[in-house]
Design a protein around this ligand. Structure first.
Ligand code: AMP
Length: 307
């Protein structure tokens, strides 16, 4: 099934208790496309970079089967830049700098050949831009998943609410769910957010896993306890890529299949955090992915007989 991925392709500078990077390749769409590429090879990317962006990374995406026809390269302009610093627990971070650069006036153009995707993943981006992509499509995808962040809740809430009303699945973290709903309880937050439009809500809780809600049910996926966590950047995007990639591969958008999909999403996120940037998501084998998913299964499998 075809998948259209939209989001930032960027430079990041990251500081964690385990080290610090200069500018490295990041961006929501980079992580999403890489993670999804382990499940489906029919991926189109819509984004924008400046002419400062490395060809090497574009070649890596191509090797992973990602079509870059929709990636605009702006001559003489600079790529989006984000820098962040993680606190000691790695579950929270401060944004040190956001330079929108090419994203400031980004007008996404979905290539003709990508205008009728089966699945659409709207990665973190200006909400009005996310919306303009939906409007360019010639048929409604089977599933639209949207990821966003507090930054857009702070500066573009009205546009964000309009965009959220057009989608099927929203993925945000726990503090963003609280901010968007004004509720501390995540159950109450989910009830409120599900009234804003999406049929399904995923609340990501970093090293504490992820919750999947619809109006009737809740499901929980743990995060894998890992020996080495270096950099949580992109974990949420890798989660989203694995989630939608698995749904696209299995062609099944039932809530039961979404329960499996959040395990695959969590598995992809667990790879990402093991190294800085996108490094760990490049060159994985099918065996690596299968083994990782099996670790999740083993982690939560137990027998209880209540007699
Ligand atoms: P995550 O850790 O999953 O929240 O995603 C981190 C990625 O999001 C980084 O690689 C950043 O380049 C990207 N990012 C950070 N802020 C923004 C923003 N305001 N708009 C779009 N992408 C962003």
């Amino acid at each position: 099934m075809s998948l259209l991925v939209v989001g930032s392709v960027a430079f990041d500078a990251i500081e964690t208790p385990f080290g610090k990077t200069d500018k490295i390749v990041g961006g929501a769409a980079s992580y999403i496309a890489l993670a999804a590429s382990y499940f489906t090879r029919n991926i189109n990317l819509v984004s924008v970079v400046g002419d400062d962006f490395p060809n090497d990374f574009m070649n890596t995406l191509k090797t992973q089967g990602v079509n870059l026809e929709g990636l605009q390269i702006k001559k003489g302009e600079k790529s989006f830049f984000w820098s962040g610093k993680y606190h000691n627990d790695l579950n929270s971070r401060d944004t040190l700098e956001t330079q929108l650069n090419v994203l400031e006036h980004f007008n996404p153009i979905v290539p003709e050949s990508a205008k009728a995707p089966d699945f659409l993943m709207l990665g973190n981006l200006v909400p009005a831009v996310q919306q303009s992509v939906i409007k360019q499509l010639t048929k409604r995808p089977k599933l639209i998943v949207l990821d966003t962040m507090n930054f857009w809740m702070d500066i573009a809430l009205e546009d964000l609410l309009k965009t959220i009303a057009m989608i099927d699945v929203l993925t945000i973290n726990d503090s963003e769910a609280r901010q968007l709903s004004g509720e501390y309880s995540l159950v109450k937050a989910a009830q409120k957010i599900l009234k804003m439009g999406p049929k399904v809500l995923v609340i990501k809780k970093g090293e504490h896993g992820a919750l999947l809600f619809n109006n009737e049910e809740v499901f929980f996926a743990p995060a894998l306890p890992l020996e080495d966590v270096y950099d949580p950047t992109g974990a949420g995007d890798s989660f989203a890529g694995g989630f939608i990639g698995y749904l696209a591969k299995t062609k099944d958008i039932s809530f039961d299949n979404m329960k499996r999909a959040i395990i695959f999403g969590s598995a992809m996120a667990s790879f990402t955090v093991e190294k800085f940037g996108t490094e760990r998501l490049i060159g994985l084998s099918q065996e690596n992915v299968d083994e990782r998913v099996q670790e999740f299964v083993d982690l939560v499998q137990f027998d209880i007989s209540l007699v």
